[in-house]
Design a protein around this ligand. Structure first.
Ligand SMILES: *Cc1c(COP(=O)(O)O)cnc(C)c1O
Length: 244
């Protein structure tokens, strides 16, 4: 326990309650069941002790953007009394294919699959590991404006990439993921994303999930059908802009 463990617990309890209330309100506005939204707590740059607090509060979906950082936290959690295997680890950041073997060893889902090379790398890594109990869940990240900085496959390559994921039994296509373009109204961005997602579902009916919404825009995302919101700073405080 850190010296200020009690205070930190209280902070996180308060923030979690506020985030859950926002999700509930957005679901009510959209006529959706709050159970249909999975809160993925993005814990990048935050210590393993924060993951432990969240786990004790019933948040079992944890998002990390760097493989190395995820592995370090998983190694530490046992000492904090939390079984890391009882959590579902979501990789939300840009992923290099040379990290595929590592990622398939602990991840439940990858939200940032954005190129064919990564499909091969992840599927081959599952085979190299001798398979998995469950396929690796995959969200294909699509770029809503074609800006390579934000990540995501350009829309012209989306259908082909989605088909490539669906063709691999080692992977389970869950749906799309996107980050709204900088400066664009998130409502508009998520409305476009919902259209793209509907197109994907027409070809792949099981791809019924949608990873969209972060601390600032989760409400709009839920109103547009997000099933997985990826929330960091609203739960754990603002990150240092240099590292976050
Ligand atoms: C950091 C990050 C988040 C969480 O962002 P917040 O604004 O802190 O909620 C969500 N998704 C991705 C891809 C991220 O990199």
């Amino acid at each position: 326990m850190t010296p200020h463990g009690g205070e930190r617990d209280a902070e996180i309890v308060g923030a979690l309650g506020a985030v859950r209330a926002r999700i509930a309100r957005a679901c009510q506005d959209a006529g959706r069941d709050p159970q249909s939204v999975t809160l993925v707590a993005v814990t990048k740059t935050r210590p393993a002790s924060d993951v432990a607090v969240l786990a004790r509060l019933g948040v079992h979906d944890v998002g990390e953007s760097k493989d190395q950082e995820a592995r370090a936290k998983i190694a530490e959690l046992g000492d904090l009394g939390v079984d890391p295997a009882a959590l579902r680890w979501h990789v939300v950041g840009q992923l290099q294919s040379n990290k595929a073997r590592s990622v398939v060893s602990y991840a439940h889902a990858v939200h940032s699959l954005d190129r064919p090379k990564l499909v091969r790398a992840l599927a081959d890594a599952v085979d190299a590991a001798g398979g998995r109990d469950e396929p690796l869940h995959v969200f294909v990240q699509v770029s809503l404006d074609g800006d390579p900085q934000r990540g995501g496959v350009p829309q012209a390559g989306l259908a082909e990439l989605v088909d490539a994921v669906a063709a691999r039994p080692q992977l389970r296509l869950r749906g799309l993921m996107a980050v709204p373009p900088r400066g664009e109204d998130p409502q508009r961005a998520f409305a476009r994303l919902a259209e793209l997602a509907a197109g994907v579902r027409a070809d792949h009916p099981r791809a019924d999930a949608l990873s969209a919404g972060m601390s600032d825009d989760l409400d709009a995302a839920v109103r547009h059908g997000a099933t997985h919101v990826r929330v960091g700073s609203a739960l754990l405080g603002r990150r240092d802009p240099v590292f976050g």
